[in-house]
Design a protein around this ligand. Structure first.
Ligand SMILES: Cc1cc2nc3c(=O)[nH]c(=O)nc-3n(C[C@H](O)[C@H](O)[C@H](O)COP(=O)(O)OP(=O)(O)OC[C@H]3O[C@@H](n4cnc5c(N)ncnc54)[C@H](O)[C@@H]3O)c2cc1C
Length: 437
């Protein structure tokens, strides 16, 4: 059933739907029910929160407009990368102050281990592998920045290593990089299988999940929240909003607090051993240091998944694959002429400060979103943290600071349009990859 659920309106179906176990189509909510907690969104954030709460004996109802994993979680690259993007420790410390800097650093550096531990605890069959993450550096400046960043993060226990040309060529299978950074705690999962496994574990512990149940209104009545869908409603003490890149206008201003962008991916046909064995021979996941990044991973069955930035077109189609194919052939010329069998994409949420945001706009209402493309690990942390809050942890004792919902002042993007900005960034990346390696 997951195959229908994970195709978008234009029929773009993730490759993951071919290799995940059969999922269950969850029925829409058609009555008025009582719960302790209502969770809106059945991706990693919502499911992790649901499972944590169920373990503590809390009654949980999960509502999703599509179904389990319909959003980014079932479509993602499945790279479990234990780092916050774009930040150095000193920047982060300035932004957050010492207490939250220390908490968030610990949470993010441990985030990949946390996901792999969770998978082990619940015995979720999702091709989990912790073979390390290789970040390849596209020019000399990126290398200088990486060397400084690695030294600074290692002082906090990141355990990263800068590698030179020979090693990066060997570990990537690409000739176009002269350096890289290895983060041994990174890895990969089959993201749809992980989502379905989390949902299964949650249901076995009493969580009720409804698909086809977009929440259209949230009202506060007599100290309780009422989450309304087209055909039913849930009355509960707490509501957790876990809608990330699919955020609509349910919570005032929330959709304006993030920028939705559209990563896309494609996968090769099964490749001959001699071709695929050159690429990522030790099973690392890979991404690069450009503004408009690429990311890739090798699959059981001799396939390679390659991803980058794309776009959702007005007619529901997904664009950006022409550039993606050219880029894949630039990085791995071995792939020229291979057939790409599946293409798909989804939505993620970017925040202005590139940090995940936790909001508590009203009593009993929590919102966690904005993973900036690094959500596979951090969404699990956010789900757990929101569950801890529901279970009584003080707001100022959490790993994330609680902030007000604010409009995102991405004025350049608004003025020029996201497409123009991305084209400009690609142009800068192109220049930088041609000079200064
Ligand atoms: C193509 C792609 C590749 C990616 N690759 C990686 C990667 O390799 N590594 C990494 O770390 N991150 C990656 N990401 C990002 C990562 O997938 C996300 O950050 C993460 O899955 C977010 O999880 P979530 O549960 O918060 O949101 P989602 O999984 O997006 O779930 C949100 C859910 O909310 C539901 N919803 C929205 N509004 C309502 C409503 N009103 N009522 C009911 N339901 C509603 C939607 O239907 C959806 O199912 C990728 C994302 C994409 C799209």
């Amino acid at each position: 059933m997951n195959i229908q659920m994970t195709a978008n309106a234009a029929g773009f179906k993730p490759f993951w739907a071919d290799t995940a176990p059969e999922g269950t189509l969850h029925p829409p909510l058609i009555e008025r029910v009582e719960s302790d907690v209502t969770i809106i969104g059945a991706g990693f954030t919502g499911l992790r929160a649901a499972l944590f709460l169920a373990e503590a004996g809390t009654r949980v109802t999960v509502l999703d407009a599509g179904d389990v994993a319909y959003g980014a979680s079932g479509r993602s690259g499945g790279q479990v990368n234990p780092m916050l993007p774009f930040n150095t420790p000193s920047n982060l410390q300035k932004m957050l102050g010492t207490t939250y800097f220390e908490r968030l650093t610990e949470a993010s550096l441990n985030s990949a281990d946390e996901v792999f531990e969770l998978i082990k605890t619940y015995q979720i069959d999702c091709q989990a592998r912790q073979n390390g993450w290789l970040r390849v550096l596209h020019n000399a400046r990126a290398r200088r920045q990486a060397e400084e960043g690695v030294a600074a993060w290692n002082a906090h226990g990141a355990g990263m290593e800068v590698i030179g040309q020979e090693e990066v060529t060997r570990l990537s299978g690409s000739q176009v990089y002269s350096a890289g950074v290895v983060t041994p705690r990174g890895g990969a999962v089959q993201p749809l299988s992980l989502s379905l496994g989390l949902a299964q574990a949650a249901k076995q512990r009493g969580v009720v999940i409804h698909g086809g149940s977009a929440v259209t209104a949230l009202d506060r009545q007599e100290g309780k929240w009422i989450a309304k869908t087209a055909l039913g409603q849930v009355r509960s003490d707490w509501v957790i909003v876990a809608t990330n890149g699919y955020t609509d206008r349910l919570i005032p201003k929330l959709d304006k607090s993030v920028l939705p962008v559209h990563p896309v991916q494609m996968v090769t046909q099964p490749l001959p051993d001699d071709l695929i064995n050159e690429i990522l021979p030790e099973g690392h996941t890979i991404s690069d240091s450009r503004r408009v990044i690429m990311y890739a991973r090798r699959e059981p069955g001799n396939r390679l998944v390659y991803g980058g930035h794309g776009k959702e077109l007005a007619d529901g189609q997904i664009g950006g694959f022409k550039w993606l194919k050219q880029d894949a052939e630039r990085v791995f010329p071995q792939l020229k002429g291979v057939t790409w069998t599946h293409r798909w994409g989804g939505r993620i949420a970017i925040t202005e400060d590139h940090l995940p945001h936790l909001h508590e706009p009203q009593k009993g209402l929590l919102v966690g979103l904005g993973y900036n493309g690094r959500g596979v690990a951090m969404s699990h942390v956010m789900g757990r943290v929101m569950a801890e809050r529901v279970l009584g942890k003080a707001a100022d004792a959490l790993a994330f600071p609680t902030s007000a919902i604010r409009d995102m002042p991405f004025q350049t993007v608004q003025r020029m349009g996201l497409g123009t900005v991305v084209r400009f960034m690609k142009f800068l990346d192109y220049l930088e990859t041609r000079v200064g390696r």
